[in-house]
Write a protein that binds this ligand. Structure first.
Ligand code: NAD
Length: 275
């Protein structure tokens, strides 16, 4: 067991990758606080963690809200007496070009300032707030592991996810600075950059893409078929990654096996990205 009896918080833990990460950490021995802005989702994952024999708590938290993030950490300390691992997984796709229909496009003019700000509030400010909330605890105990979930989308340009790709690049840059900042206190801060995992994020995202992306619009492909085609053409291994693939990488980076790894961003993407 890689993280036996460690206490972990997983933000966005109520579904998709967050659920996979929570369950992998539990399998590796951690007690897991499942945090999500949708409490009913967090409760379901909490039950699964408990079924695996580990302790768990579900906490409703919007990661973009400073007071809620502080409360999440305070409640964790109150319930478990400490914190060892902070996983920042909550994120949104930025597939939020409001009101788009088949007549409209993914042109930048249709990306509203409000949607840009919302994407950054969750994906970047949310990561900052959660890292910041864990820092004093980790500094005091002279140990701690932080894993921020970025994306291969943050590794380079993206023609249709401008806000998302930029926000995920910011997560990589923030992780590097945070790693150096926390290094004197023996805290490891790393990133995982997932490839393509078929979660609710992509269910809605692929539906929008087939309606709007120039290469897909009018192709007659259904949302899932279009995404299958993307996976086939973009990923050398030609398969989707799974929440468990991401969970295993996160569990490794959260463990003592990764003691000498900090400030790094690990692609888990079947060879889709290289830097
Ligand atoms: P998802 O939409 O399936 O799940 C996201 C979870 O986060 C949900 O449970 C949701 O309720 C929660 N959430 C959303 N906004 C929140 C907020 N403000 N505060 C707290 N919780 C919030 O998405 P996913 O595909 O599981 O993605 C999870 C993370 O992985 C995101 O950061 C995403 O950018 C990243 N990622 C996903 C993929 C992919 O292919 N699915 C690829 C690369 C990176």
């Amino acid at each position: 067991m890689k993280v036996k009896d460690k206490v972990a918080i997983v933000t966005g833990g109520g579904g998709g990758l967050g659920e996979g990460i929570a369950l992998c950490l539990a399998k590796e021995g951690a007690h897991v606080v499942v945090s999500d802005n949708q409490l009913h989702l967090a409760e379901k994952v909490k039950a699964k963690v408990k079924d695996s024999g580990r302790k768990s708590l579900a906490i409703e938290t919007d990661v973009s809200d400073e007071a809620q993030v502080k409360q999440m950490v305070d409640k964790t300390i109150e319930a478990f007496g400490g914190l060892d691992i902070m996983i920042c997984c909550a994120g949104i796709s930025g597939f939020v070009h409001r009101g788009l229909d088949s007549e409209e496009s993914l042109d930048i003019e249709n990306l509203l300032v409000e949607d840009w700000d919302t994407t950054f509030a969750v994906n970047v400010k949310g990561v900052f707030l959660c890292n910041r909330a864990a820092a004093p605890i980790f500094r005091k105990q002279n140990s701690g592991k932080i894993v921020n979930i970025s994306s291969v989308g943050g590794r380079g340009p993206n023609d249709f996810l401008l806000a998302y790709a930029t926000s995920k690049a910011a997560v990589i840059a923030f992780t590097q600075s945070m790693a150096v900042h926390m290094a004197p206190h023996h805290v490891n801060v790393n990133c995982v950059c997932p490839g393509i995992i078929y979660t609710p994020m992509w269910e809605s995202g692929s539906a929008l893409l087939v309606k709007t992306h120039p290469a897909l619009k009018g192709s007659g492909l259904g949302p899932k078929d279009a995404l299958d085609a993307m996976v086939n053409s973009l990923i050398p291994f030609k398969n989707y990654q799974t929440p468990e693939d991401i969970g295993k990488a996160v569990a490794f980076l959260s463990s003592s096996e990764a003691e000498e790894i900090t400030g790094q961003s690990l692609n888990v993407c079947g060879g889709m990205a290289f830097n």
